[in-house]
Write a protein that binds this ligand. Structure first.
Ligand code: FAD
Ligand code: NAI
Length: 473
């Protein structure tokens, strides 16, 4: 056992929340240690989340384009073959480059990196158990919990990461399954379902509720499902999984039961089953009970303003607390909590956090959906513009999709923007900025956009919300 010099702050967890918090603290001149048990920095996002999934989405999309589209553009590539091992290597290279980059940033910003499992043993002490069993006690003025989340499973379903996989296994399959069943039509199911569907798996998504892409605008979700169906993904909505059984021949039988008018009851055979029914916070074995920090029913650390728990020196951010489980949300909180510790101010605008589903086409949104506004009794204008009427989308052979603007009918202030289409994830940034500055749809409509670009569709949708001219997508 050894003791280090007292720190201003110890961050537990080296994911997007924790590593960004650590770097910010270093930049603000604090003595900071980040504790991470994974052996690598970057958390879920860099190691088994955002980054590897986006690498596979990119590679599988290019494979599909090469197979189905290149010839239309006069690009002859002969026969197109998949080299899955090479695709996985490309994915690993993307991950490794980024995770080692964070270690460099730690050194540059004087962040101490403590490798091991962190446990809070008092309001001002964190105990770190290294892989070699050595225990270090760090005394600190403040503690920031940034322990993130892990895969949630279903009762009686044993994830073996070979045939019954979570997102982690689905990012590293050794062969393309002939048939894949995806349990849960949320972000992970749709992104990783798309990857394997593009690479040749017959993919069936089983979703408990009556819609896919929870959180997205209802109209967008419906149109999105149709697009994915055109890409040969199958959907059983209002359907619940009752059992997942491995057969002697290595296949898996998924038994499902209808729970609504559109549901399906029966058995689906699969070679790989992806369980993507959400994630749960990493808050066990952290010492929270010992210091008396409460958790909510979902196991998230309870925080009030400025990420404060009920213990004065302990704060929490990222997937371990309430709010969307998104890397950029965790990062914003990581910066805000350090600014707060530094000078008493630090702010995250939860009304302007974008969401993106990185399928093809992409789906992206910020602010409220039509359903939310209707429920809240807010009167709003709708402005839409189809990709089919955008010249760049046409020349790019990407005319599927639309932009939808929702603005306050009395003030014209932007309340929500929803995009389904190529590059939606990049295009949403403009609307996030507009909302951050409290812009009206007229503001966006009167902003000059380069021609020909996809972003002109955003301007057109804003124009249509400001002065509706009946263009429907
Ligand atoms: P995490 O990234 O989970 O990091 C927490 C870290 O803390 C982990 O490395 C863990 O090992 C460590 N830790 C936990 N307990 C301890 C302890 N006691 N001691 C020491 N270390 C500990 N989000 C997006 O915004 N965009 C995307 O495209 C996206 N894609 C995703 C794809 C997949 C397949 C998955 C699974 C997630 C994806 N996410 C995406 C979500 C994103 O990964 C998370 O929201 C984000 O990583 C949360 O950051 P965090 O720092 O709060 O936690
Ligand atoms: P999710 O919450 O997005 O979706 C889970 C889906 O599973 C929901 O539609 C839910 O109704 C359904 N479901 C739950 N139980 C079920 C059951 N028993 N049978 C059938 N369906 C069931 O969770 P997901 O996709 O696992 O992702 C976890 C988190 O990771 C998300 O919160 C998301 O924010 C984050 N993530 C973000 C990405 C991005 O930003 N592009 C990409 C991937 C993950």
């Amino acid at each position: 056992r050894y003791y280090s010099t007292e720190q201003d702050v110890v961050v537990i967890g080296g994911g997007p929340g924790g590593y960004v918090a650590g770097i910010k603290a270093g930049q603000l001149g604090m003595k900071v240690t980040v504790v991470e048990k994974r052996g690598k920095l970057g958390g879920t996002c860099l190691n088994v989340g955002c980054i590897p999934s986006k690498a596979l989405l990119n590679a599988s999309h290019k494979y599909e384009d090469a197979k189905t589209k290149f010839a239309n553009y006069g690009v002859k590539v002969g026969s197109v073959e998949l080299d899955l091992a090479a695709m996985m290597k490309y994915k690993e290279k993307s991950v490794n480059g980024l995770t080692s980059g964070i270690e460099g940033l730690f050194k540059k910003n004087k962040v101490t990196y403590a490798k091991g499992h962190g446990k809070i043993t008092g309001p001002n002490t964190v105990e770190v158990t290294g892989e070699d069993g050595k225990v270090q006690t760090i005394t600190t003025k403040n503690i920031v919990i940034a322990t993130g989340s892990e895969v949630a499973s279903l009762p009686n379903v044993n994830i073996d990461e070979q045939t019954i996989v979570s997102s982690t296994g689905a990012l590293a399959l050794k062969a393309v399954p002939k048939r894949m069943v995806v349990i849960g039509g949320g972000v992970i199911g749709l992104e990783l379902g798309s990857v394997w569907s593009r690479l040749g798996a017959e993919t069936t998504v089983v979703e408990f509720t009556n819609r896919i892409a929870a959180g997205a605008d209802g109209e967008v979700a419906k149109k999105f499902q149709k697009v994915l169906e055109k890409q040969h993904m199958k959907f059983h909505l209002e359907t619940k999984v009752t059992s997942v059984v491995k057969n002697a021949n290595g296949t898996v039988t998924v038994t499902v039961e209808s729970v609504g008018a559109g549901g399906f009851s029966g058995q689906i055979e699969a070679d790989v089953v992806l369980v993507s029914v959400g994630r749960r916070p990493n808050t066990t074995n952290l010492g929270l009970d010992k210091v008396g920090v409460p958790m909510d029913k979902a196991g998230r650390v309870e925080v009030g303003d400025h990420f404060k728990t009920n213990v004065k020196s302990i704060y929490a951010i990222g997937d371990a607390i309430k709010g969307p489980m998104l890397a950029h949300k965790a990062e914003e909180e990581g910066i805000a909590v350090m600014e707060y510790l530094h000078n008493g101010s630090g702010h995250v605008n939860y009304a302007a956090i974008p969401s993106v589903i990185y399928t093809h086409p992409e789906v992206a949104w910020v602010g409220k959906t039509e359903e939310e506004l209707t429920k809240e009794g807010i009167k709003f204008n709708v402005g839409k513009f189809p990709y089919a009427a955008n010249s760049r989308a046409r020349t790019n052979d990407e005319s599927e999709g639309f932009v939808k603007f929702l603005s306050d009918s009395s003030t014209d202030r932007i309340l929500g923007v929803h995009i389904m289409g190529d590059c939606a994830g990049e295009m949403i940034a403009e609307s996030v900025l507009a909302m951050e500055y409290g812009a009206s749809s007229e503001d966006v409509a009167r902003t000059c956009h380069a021609h020909p670009t996809l972003s002109e569709a955003v301007k057109e949708a804003a124009m249509s919300a400001y002065a509706p001219i009946n263009i429907t997508a």
